[in-house]
Design a protein around this ligand. Structure first.
Ligand code: HEC
Length: 105
């Protein structure tokens, strides 16, 4: 018996699933780039940890303030998945002496 006969298609399938999964993510990222960084740093967006309902309110507030959102649903799905309230809050970007450490970004 050749294990490769089973393993290789499984790897290929895994790769396909990863590719399919990363696509909305990439599109969501682009939507944020397009709609959400004219007025403030993206950090104001990606340092939040909000529920889906809270993101929805936030997006609608930003749209009312002039954010040029093309795909509201995509944005909502992306932000809820990436910056949902179940994820840990990121550490503040401060170095030991309290100055902003920009070298990492
Ligand atoms: C027309 C300008 C503008 C655009 C475009 C914009 N925002 Fe904002 N946003 C603001 C202002 C003004 C504030 C509040 C003041 C501040 O802290 O800078 C803010 C604050 C925020 C906050 C902090 C919480 C709050 O409500 O004050 C979040 C989260 C946020 N924006 C998300 C987004 C997202 C997501 C997008 C893209 C859909 C976006 N913003 C696009 C103007 C904008």
């Amino acid at each position: 018996m050749k294990p490769a006969g089973i393993v290789l298609p499984l790897i290929a399938l895994g790769g396909l699933m990863l590719a399919a999964d990363s696509q909305p993510n990439e599109r969501g990222k682009q939507e944020v780039q397009h709609s959400c960084i004219q007025c403030h740093s993206p950090r104001l967006v990606n340092s939040q940890r909000l529920s889906s309902a809270a993101w929805e309110k936030e997006i609608d507030k930003m749209i009312a303030w002039g954010a040029p959102v093309r795909d509201r649903q995509l944005l909502l799905d992306y932000l809820s998945a990436e910056y949902g309230d179940l994820k840990p809050v990121p550490k503040p970007e401060l170095s030991g002496d309290g100055t902003l450490n920009r070298s990492k970004h």
